[in-house]
Design a protein around this ligand. Structure first.
Ligand SMILES: NC(=O)c1ccc[n+]([C@@H]2O[C@H](COP(=O)([O-])OP(=O)(O)OC[C@H]3O[C@@H](n4cnc5c(N)ncnc54)[C@H](OP(=O)(O)O)[C@@H]3O)[C@@H](O)[C@H]2O)c1
Length: 333
């Protein structure tokens, strides 16, 4: 089968021919129709997470995908060939990922029926980003009446977090440049703060730009919410740069990071809660998200589509960021 794989950590991703995977007992073999890009895919390929995994090379990139079950391993009872499913198709120890014509997933793992009415390329954009957003709003214990700032609101996780926070009745303040204000308001943000104005005046760029954006955002939020926030979902600021966001919280408030930027013990000593969220996407969660999608309460915005062979050329642009939604790989009919 065709796949996008790396021959070693740090090697360039290439289109390769590799054997089709064979489903183990309890697994589904899925003909992938689409795969979804997430920043973690390139972090893994670069070797940034190599201490946490022992992959087999060539390692097929990617986690998220959607497709059709074509075979099942022994003891599979919930799914059958012909079922349309979406989820996370990755097993680095076997060199397997989702940027391929076929992928495998355990039936009791992160897989669910594809949301009705959704195209495979939309469903493939959901699992990691929307699942992480779901974990964030849970970890923050967001509830009706809470005021939450989402930093990184225009990206894949951020767009889902806006919607899920608003569904819980929270008052959402979202970071967005002026061109993206309508986008985040349409998803449920009540207010916006512009993290890009120093970029436009040519002051930012390079090292330290994130830190300056944080101060810029914090100043704007403090002006409209001097009493403090209940929660901050920070998808951007790295360790050592979260201070301006922490200072926005009211006593007892919570900050959640997707990039392991927080020191929960130090925050607890100041009467604040800090959670470094690592997503735990499950089949049950994906089934619940599918329900919200089918009810028209949750959307995913796909902004870039490339065929499998176009991935090596497209990846540098995706890594550079400035995402305004999800990038997906169209694999087949
Ligand atoms: N821990 C986990 O389980 C987990 C799961 C998923 C993702 N993540 C991580 O979470 C981060 C976000 O993921 P993602 O998929 O949402 O990424 P993404 O789709 O690339 O979006 C990142 C967004 O952040 C915005 N941004 C960049 N700098 C900013 C700043 N200083 N202030 C406000 N917004 C800023 C970008 O827009 P502009 O550049 O236009 O500002 C972009 O819209 C990534 O680092 C990813 O690896 C972690």
């Amino acid at each position: 089968m065709r796949a996008i794989a790396i021959s070693a950590f740090g090697a360039d991703p290439e289109l390769v021919q590799v054997p089709e995977p064979v489903p183990l007992p309890g697994e589904l073999l899925v003909r992938m129709r689409a795969a979804g890009y997430n920043p973690v895919d390139t972090k893994i390929a670069s070797g940034a997470m190599k201490d946490r995994m022992s992959p087999r090379f060539p390692l097929i990139m990617g986690q998220d995908g959607a497709g059709v079950v074509v075979a099942v391993g022994a003891e599979v009872s919930r799914f059958r060939p012909g079922d349309e499913v979406y989820g996370r198709f990755t097993d680095p120890a076997r060199g397997l990922g989702s940027y391929a014509e076929y992928g495998v997933v355990a039936e009791d793992g992160p897989v669910a029926y594809m949301p009705e009415g959704m195209l495979p390329e939309q469903a493939a954009a959901v699992p990691t980003a929307t699942g992480t957003a779901r974990d964030l709003v849970e970890a923050a214990r967001l509830d009706a009446g809470h005021t939450v700032l989402i930093v990184g609101a225009t990206g894949g996780v951020g767009q889902a977090a806006i919607q899920l926070a608003a569904l819980r009745g929270a008052h959402v303040i979202a970071t967005a440049g002026s061109v993206d204000e309508d986008l985040v308001r349409d998803l449920g943000a009540a207010e916006t703060v512009d993290h890009t104005s120093d970029r436009m005046s040519g002051q930012a760029g390079g090292q330290g730009a994130e830190g300056r954006a944080g101060v810029l955002v914090a100043d704007q939020v403090r002006r409209v919410r001097p009493e403090g926030l209940d929660a901050v979902l920070d998808l951007v600021d790295l360790a050592g740069s979260t201070g301006p966001m922490e200072e926005l919280l009211r006593p007892g408030g919570v900050i959640c990071s997707t990039v392991h930027a927080l020191d929960p013990h130090a925050l607890a000593a100041r009467g604040l809660r800090g959670v470094n969220v690592i997503n735990q996407v499950t089949g049950q969660m994906l089934a619940e998200l599918a329900g919200l999608i089918e009810a028209g309460r949750l959307r995913v915005r796909v902004v870039d589509r490339v065929p499998l062979e176009g991935v090596p050329e497209a990846l540098p642009g995706w890594v550079a960021g400035h995402a305004k939604g999800k990038a997906v790989i169209e694999i087949g009919a």
